[in-house]
Design a binder for this molecule. Sequence first.
Ligand code: FAD
Length: 490
Amino acid sequence: MDSQNKFYKFIVVGGGIAGVSCAEKLSSLCPEDEILLISASTLVKTITNYKKITKTLESFDVEERPMLSVETGCPNVKVVQKYVSLLEADKHILHTVDGTKYQYGKLCICSGGKPKLIAKDHPYVLGIRDTQSVKEFQNQLSTSRRIIVVGNGGIATELVYEVEGCEVIWAIKNKSISSTFVDPGAAEFFLSQLNKDKSKEEAPSKRLKYTLEDDKSSASSTTKLGGALGPDWSTHLHMTGSMQTSHQVHVEYLVEIQKLFSPEEFESAGLSESQVPESFICDKSWPVYVQLTNDKVYGCDFIVSATGVTPNTDPFLTGNQFSIAEDGGFKVNDHMQTTVRDVYAAGDICSVSWELSQHWFQMKLWSQARQMGVYSAMCMVADGQNEDIQLDFCFELFAHCTNFFNYKVILLGRFNAQGLGNDYELLLRVTKDLEYIKVVLQNGRLQGAILIGETDLEETFENLILNQIDLTPFKDHLLEPDIDLEDFFD
Ligand code: FAD
């Protein structure tokens, strides 16, 4: 049993990638100190098979494990499954929902986010965030003929690719698909994959293993708050609807959801359904109807709302002077400190507010959650010992590796020319169904790149972004397939 008001030098809240990475790093830096990890989830996310691909790109597997497994790997970490309900920062005390209080020296909040839903508590609107919600999605999908997916980020992109045996209407507010990650050119490259039969011989994913075990916890629904999923979450999951069709995706561009109707409301409004091209569905009675902002109306079995997350800050706010960023996250400085003394934050919960390096920016990604978790632990220890600490090198260059439509996707630096104004140049190399390479140059210097497929160019381009060599003399040959760039710049 935890004794009331027990003091811990370090407390971390959250069993997602950020929290677990933070607790593990604290454990290795301070083997003599007892560290407390509090999480509302019954499972924690642990990183295994960590590999550095280049200086800034990394790959790793994520395993969901029982909470206590953290204690096995890190004997000085104590783990409790509880929901934090209040923070009294002036007294350095955390309250959990069962009435227990914990006193800390330094606290790191890694409580992640919850899905922003297009309609709250609607029986036919589902958000996807954690393994529990994926299970619910699979269940509902198994009896479905048509779903509508709203959102244009990573979750939506992976979903529309994976779902089979069910028509998908993909409603996006942009001009091109997957726009959170890729530009319209790359979207075009992917588009041909949308309605293709998926190969049964696809290579197995090497990165993420989610167990999707039944959550047997007795925790109440308010405390059942799983960690967010990550890349490859969808790859091995059975996502099949009730029909015999393979892939059938219809995209509605430049739209948002205007209104949802029950069958009765649909009937009495005198609306009629818009036609989905090449639809095989005969029974057109639906439990819910969706009117888009282009006035088209579609019926469906349910709607997946994949429109981003809102940081889980609520339990920590009352009585404390946190500075909150526009996206709702805790602002943190270059030591991962919030504006409240001795309170740090990492992962999806935080919004960086230091002066960013030229080629890095924040995205709510699991690679950044890991890096921030580790770095915040280093800062907590250094600050406690009044030691200087330099911003970690991982914040020098944005680097992300993922998979879309079964292609390897690597994003480097300002890959979509973010923040470069209009004064930049794009170079492209596209081989249909094989690779898509785009580089962004400004003043002859490489600012970012999108590499889709097995291009093997990541290390060279990373170096070119980091060292900012003037590429003007080589520009015309930069993407020539027969030139070995590595030799060229060595
Ligand atoms: P979380 O994983 O959300 O963990 C938060 C933890 O805090 C949980 O354990 C929760 O139980 C706990 N908690 C919350 N509130 C409390 C409280 N009051 N008391 C106690 N505990 C609390 N990223 C990528 O890089 N690539 C992708 O392709 C990708 N795809 C994704 C697909 C899906 C479906 C989703 C949902 C996310 C995806 N992400 C992806 C994002 C990535 O998963 C997150 O950025 C990352 O996992 C965030 O980690 P975190 O530790 O900050 O937060």
